[in-house]
Design a protein around this ligand. Structure first.
Ligand SMILES: Cc1cc2nc3c(=O)[nH]c(=O)nc-3n(C[C@H](O)[C@H](O)[C@H](O)COP(=O)(O)O)c2cc1C
Length: 211
């Protein structure tokens, strides 16, 4: 191969590489907004089950607050709070908190609380509890988690926020007391936090996206 041919081949490859890079960049630009919109829609949909019976404006995810630890909500990782509005009036709050005292590690929980302090829905977002035992906290495995709907701090009284076996008011899971104890405690502590911080929650500016 002559020097000229080597240079020519090299330049051809460089041009092809530049065209490919430009195509990838253009495709990314074109799809970026759509991907972001899809991700947002998915997030909004995943929050919906914890807002049963609440009429609210869409775009809940835009009112997100992220509390880095240490904070007073359950868990020692970031807690997320979504403020929920209807015609600009606060109607509910969604909390994403972590119970650390499950049987197999962290349990990430979505807790919806109406402005009056009533639970509007609870969903388990992530867990590693045992199939057939602790995994019944998952709404796809059993109805266990629905028993908190409509309850509040005071209904039952704070000391009765526990499983029946411990003198509390809530159903346990057969052969698996550790998991429900952890989840109930996390819901209870979230309600206590809501009672103490309700006005503050709605007055804070949304946390900026970092990614
Ligand atoms: C392999 C294995 C997996 C278990 N998984 C769970 C679980 O996911 N959640 C739980 O609360 N207990 C789990 N347990 C049971 C606990 O060890 C413990 O016995 C139980 O939570 C106490 O509940 P009880 O007071 O109803 O007996 C598991 C036990 C074994 C041996």
């Amino acid at each position: 191969m002559t020097d000229q041919t080597v240079i020519k081949t090299g330049m051809t490859l460089a041009v092809i590489a530049a065209i490919c890079t430009a195509l990838v960049a253009a495709t990314y630009q074109l799809t970026e907004d759509r991907i972001a919109a899809n991700e947002k829609a998915l997030l909004e949909k995943s929050l919906q089950p914890a807002l049963a019976g609440v009429f609210y404006d869409s775009s809940v995810s835009e009112s997100r607050l992220v509390l880095q630890p240490p904070h007073d909500l359950p868990g020692n990782d970031a807690a997320i709070i979504y403020r929920v509005f209807s015609a600009e009036q606060p109607v509910a709050v969604l909390f994403v908190v972590t119970a650390r005292d499950g049987f197999s590690g962290a349990i990430r929980i979505l807790v919806g609380v109406g402005f009056d302090g009533t639970v509007t829905g609870v969903r388990i977002l992530q867990h590693r509890e045992t199939p057939g035992l602790g995994d019944k906290i998952d709404s796809t495995r059993s109805d266990w988690v629905f028993q908190f709907d409509g309850r509040s701090m005071g209904d039952p009284v704070v000391t009765a926020w526990g499983i029946k076996g411990d003198g509390g008011e809530f159903d346990q899971l057969t052969g698996a007391s550790i998991t429900p104890r952890a989840v109930i405690k996390a819901i209870r502590d979230t309600l206590i936090y809501f009672d103490a911080h309700r006005d503050e929650i709605f007055s804070l500016p949304a946390t900026e996206e970092t990614e």
